[in-house]
Design a protein. Structure first.
Length: 169
């Protein structure tokens, strides 16, 4: 299940989580959460793949998918339950499994925050920190969250590891 993380990995995970929370809160304070703000955020997200730094819409999800494949294979070998399913149903292990995912994706999340800040400054000439947090999580953590379990199940189909410890898996 959870691998032994180094001190640096723990620090990066905490930094990534803290920055996402800080960016979201600062964005909320500066720009609010009105319907107009959400419309601008999602319109901007839809327009981004056609603008500068388009490569990040491929790079970040691919990096997250690679990390999900590695951790899914590790889950299959250890007999851990599928990742997303354990987050939804496993209240006793939910926090540790979520933190394990944050550790795995922290570098991609930090990279996403830096790239989005650079994009916003280049294109808008200003910074929308809440939007940067949303984009970083959408491109880095969400693909990991959705793909780790399927990679684990594929590894089991190919005969890697033992059957899941989760009776509903």
């Amino acid at each position: 299940m959870a691998r032994a993380a180094t001190r640096t990995q723990h620090l990066l995970a905490r930094l990534a989580a803290a920055l996402v929370i800080i960016f979201a809160l600062v964005g909320l304070v500066l720009h609010g959460a009105s319907g107009e703000v959400w419309s601008r955020v999602f319109a901007s997200i839809v327009e981004r793949p056609g603008g500068p730094m388009t490569f990040r819409f491929i790079l970040q999800p691919v990096m997250a998918a690679i990390l999900a494949a590695i951790d899914g294979l590790r889950d299959a070998r250890s007999g851990a339950p599928p990742y997303f399913w354990s987050l939804v149903t496993g209240s006793e292990s939910r926090a540790s499994r979520l933190y394990d995912g944050i550790i795995a994706t922290s570098r991609v999340i930090l990279l996403g925050l830096v790239m989005d800040v650079a994009y916003q400054l280049m294109v808008f000439g200003t910074l929308y920190p809440g939007e940067a947090a949303i984009v970083a999580v959408l491109l880095a953590f969400v693909p990991y969250l959705l793909l780790r379990g399927p990679f684990e199940r594929l590894a089991r189909l190919w005969g890697v590891g033992s059957p899941s410890k989760d009776p509903q898996a």
